[in-house]
Write a protein that binds this ligand. Structure first.
Ligand code: TXA
Ligand code: MG
Length: 327
């Protein structure tokens, strides 16, 4: 399922930026510099583009991604800013700060990008190339660090090429990233909480808030993206109310069906298909929205057909197992 792409690399100039925006708008994957590290961008509102991004990074699981915006106004269209969030945004944006906020109900970011959560991570980067691309596209861009999952984050276009050549469409080179570590992540859902230490020191944030910052236990052990820092701390994996029966080969009374490929015969209370043609990229893009819709239909149980354990199937199965875990 991995298609070898002819990855182009361009020096950041107005033409390259227009090219990057066009490529993102068409569902492509574009690496670009930010002040922290190079990000691998996809149109946040395009579920299949986001699914291809997880596949390109080889992520074994769907962690929620940060949506990048050109300014505060664009960010306010996606999420609710409480008082602390507004003060932090005012003080540190543009810059290496990510805020995790309550998502607006009309937020156009795909469910896959937020891993089905009701919260969303937002950042306004302080790098002219990143901001010009975001402004030209006019849509939010998800951008994890532009490396293969488990490798160190890239601070130069050459690092990006070393990891992702053949897996993405375009790399925009803009010199070395100056901060060199990822953004600091603060959740402003209730009490402001440090989820990941990063480019802005805790003291600087406490200065603005006027009190010590609560620190998530996982944030005291800074590590790579593979540690399920933020989601683990918030204990907020998306979980349906209905019970889930995985690898179903038949349908039982009153069950809703989450199908993959040719749907099981039998009468389901409601059926949604992750991908009729058995495409794992399409299935990943539909996963959280279909689960939500089946759950909202009021079914007591959801039967889920088997999903192959290859490519994105690994991450899909990971999320299904979490959703099915007894609570
Ligand atoms: O500096 C950065 O933040 C870089 C540049 C490219 O902007 N991006 C980056 O993204 O580090 P990534 O995907 O490697 O890290 C995103 C982190 C993950 O730890 C994820 O769990 C957390 O953000 N996160 C995103 N949305 C979240 C949410 N709704 N709730 C909790 N954590 C969230
Ligand atoms: Mg990373």
């Amino acid at each position: 399922m991995t298609v070898e792409l002819a990855t182009r690399i361009l020096k950041a100039d107005p033409e390259a930026i227009a090219d990057a925006a066009r490529c993102l708008a068409a569902g492509g994957l574009v690496a670009f510099p930010t002040e922290t590290v190079y990000g691998l961008g996809a149109d946040a509102t395009d579920g299949e583009a986001v699914a291809r991004l997880y596949a390109a990074k080889g992520r074994p699981a769907f962690n929620p991604l940060i949506s990048h915006l050109p300014d505060l106004k664009a960010a306010q269209a996606l999420a609710h800013f409480n008082d602390a969030a507004a003060r932090l945004a005012q003080a540190f944006w543009p810059g290496p700060l990510t805020l995790v906020l309550r998502k607006r109900t009309d937020c156009p970011v795909s469910e896959l990008a937020t891993a089905g959560l009701d919260s969303i991570g937002l950042r306004v980067p302080d790098h002219p190339v990143a901001r010009n691309i975001l402004t030209a596209l006019g849509r939010p861009v998800v951008a994890p660090s532009a490396n293969i999952s488990g490798h160190v984050s890239p601070t130069d276009a050459a690092h990006v090429m070393a990891d992702l050549q053949g897996r993405i469409d375009l790399v925009i080179g803009g010199g070395p990233a100056t901060v060199g570590v990822e953004s600091t992540i603060i959740a402003c859902l209730d009490e402001p909480t440090l989820l990941r230490p990063g480019g802005i020191a805790r003291e600087a944030i406490e200065n603005i808030l006027g009190h010590p910052l609560r620190v998530a236990p996982e944030a005291q052990n800074p590590s790579g993206e593979e540690a399920p820092l933020a989601p683990g701390m918030l204990n907020s994996h998306y979980a349906p109310r209905a019970t889930m029966r995985l690898n179903a080969s038949d349908l039982r009374d009153g069950e809703a069906l989450l199908a993959f490929g040719a749907a099981l015969a039998g009468r389901a209370s409601k059926t949604l298909n992750l991908s009729e043609r058995g495409d794992l990229v399409e299935a990943a893009a539909n996963l959280f929205s279909h689960l939500r819709a089946l759950d909202a239909s009021g079914a007591r149980a959801i039967a889920v057909m088997p999903i192959p354990h290859e490519g994105l199937g690994e991450a899909i199965n990971d999320r299904l197992q979490r959703a099915a875990a007894p609570r």
